[in-house]
Design a protein around this ligand. Structure first.
Ligand code: ATR
Length: 473
């Protein structure tokens, strides 16, 4: 078989198939392969006319059809399947060839695979790909890790097929080994937080105004013309105005209120705990999904727990809507600020040297959290690449400060009226915590010294101290 394909894709389920079509539509000759050949045949039958595909039934033929250095995109089920495919590919590849894992791998697996392939003289690129099926076909946001050397030949192809915003590709080199999959994981964590915040805003408007889903959908539509403009706000407006064909009711009202998850939120929170980074917005969002699915606990709670509320009587409806908008924006800034802190912490821990401004730039298009607001994040890191706290950037202090009184009113109102707003409330608590002159952590540290002789430091002199507490008792 003549080696003429510039890039190959193995694993032709929906994502792999659409990525292969995207490459082909951009003029690349694409080698395609799937464990079950029928999927390859169906791709050729249905999309063969879109470009130059080279189908192979065997992995050996697939590899042989690629120009060197070979670039193989693996798009199979994350986990054992990825290892199985890699094991099959490795003996067929030669030094300098590049294996791209475009699936949703957990970054420690990517670190492990990169090390193993390096020993064979191969480049392993763990790449986040965001945007779902539609993004894969028409332009995703792409987050490739691995070596800079591999990016030199692979990067231009990935940039070519990525989404573009103002002519700038939503793809950039992220950093060594697991950096690409790590950043994709945090992207998903931020997505969890953003979705939860939007859901809480919806609930506040529903409970505070007694508004219908369609009315709230209109409010979101309006919000999508301002600072909050984003894919998630846009689809929320559509979802809320959607009517269930079967019952004629608002669609959202016939959906069971139990949110599921595939696990990237959990990975993000677990890593936040490992690194000691307070990603409270992402954690609350992940736990809110868990609470929604805690059916026996909810049944018991519903039956036994009083509310002691009077029913929310919002007087100035327009002012309330604006308060919720401002509180949503401020809470969202906190969630993103925390996510970017997590990226900075991991970058330092693993030696990745990740450019946070570039992250915000490649998330402006193609992915689920794409938003106008990300430009502000890029600008903030352009002002100061080492910014210790995104919230403290001059633009965000202004934007959040502007909504601070509204944010407090909304959280207080929610608490008084028994509306659960874990993400709004914890974001405000984080804001107050991170700006506090002095925290009650002093007492926690004193307690630790009392019962465990864990020692403490003092405000008035250097050194580490322990008090003989028994003398006090
Ligand atoms: P789907 O998305 O169609 O439900 P999946 O089980 O998530 O499928 O698998 C996605 C892709 O991974 C498919 O291309 C699948 O190949 P098959 O079409 O042959 O099922 C591929 N895949 C899963 N496990 C694999 C393995 N162990 N080796 C090679 N490819 C595998």
């Amino acid at each position: 078989m003549a080696a003429r394909a510039q890039i190959g894709v193995t694993g032709l389920a929906v994502m792999g198939r659409n990525l292969a079509r995207n490459f082909a539509r951009h003029g690349y000759t694409v080698a395609v392969h799937n464990r079950t050949y029928a999927k390859t045949e169906s791709l050729i039958a249905e999309a063969g006319h879109e470009g130059d595909f080279v189908p192979s039934e065997s992995t050996a033929d697939f590899v042989a059809s690629l120009e060197r250095p070979r670039k193989v995109v693996v798009m199979v089920k994350a986990g054992a399947a990825t290892d199985a495919v890699i094991d099959e590919l490795v003996p067929l590849l030669e030094e300098g060839d590049i294996v791209v894992d475009a699936g949703n791998a957990h970054f420690p697996d990517t670190i492990r695979r990169e090390r193993a392939l390096r020993e064979h003289g191969l480049h392993f690129v763990g790449s986040g790909v965001s945007g779902g099926e539609e993004g894969a076909l028409n332009g995703p946001s792409i987050m490739p890790g691995g070596t800079r050397e591999s990016y030199a030949s692979l990067g231009p192809i990935l940039e070519d097929i990525s989404a573009k915003v103002d002519g700038t590709p939503c793809c950039t080199y992220i950093g060594p080994d697991g950096a690409g999959h790590f950043v994709k994981m945090v992207h998903n964590g931020i997505e969890y937080a953003d979705m939860q915040l939007i859901a809480e805003a919806y609930d506040l408007l529903k409970q505070g105004l007694g508004a219908s889903a369609a009315e709230i959908g209109k409010i979101f539509e309006e919000w999508n013309t301002g600072d909050l403009e984003s894919f998630l706000i846009e689809i929320t407006a559509d979802v809320l105005q959607h009517v269930d064909a079967e019952t004629g009711q608002a669609f959202v009202d016939v959906v069971l209120d139990q949110a599921e998850q595939k696990g990237t939120g959990r990975w993000t929170v677990q890593n936040g705990l490992d690194l000691g980074v307070p990603i409270t917005g992402i954690a609350e969002a992940t736990f809110a999904r868990a609470l929604s699915g805690s059916v026996p606990q909810r049944e018991a709670g519903r039956a036994a727990l009083p509310a002691e509320t009077q029913g929310w009587d919002v007087k100035d409806r327009a002012a309330f809507v604006e308060d919720v908008r401002l509180a949503l924006y401020a809470s969202k800034v906190v969630a993103y600020s925390q996510g970017f802190d997590q990226i900075a912490a991991a970058s330092a821990e693993f030696g990745w040297d990740i450019d946070r401004g570039a992250m915000a730039r490649i998330w402006r298009g193609g992915c689920i959290i794409r938003a106008r607001f990300l430009n502000r994040i890029t600008e903030a890191y352009e002002r100061d690449a080492q910014l210790p706290l995104l919230l403290a950037d001059e633009y965000f202090t202004g934007a959040v400060g502007n909504g601070l009184a509204a944010w407090r009113r909304v959280v207080a109102g929610a608490a008084q009226n028994g509306v659960p707003t874990p993400a709004f409330s914890s974001s405000l608590a984080y804001y107050d915590g991170v700006r506090a002159e002095r925290l009650p952590a002093a007492l926690v540290q004193a307690q630790r010294d009392f019962f465990g002789a864990h020692t403490y430091r003092r405000v008035d002199k250097p050194g580490v101290f322990h008090t003989e507490w028994s003398a006090d008792r």
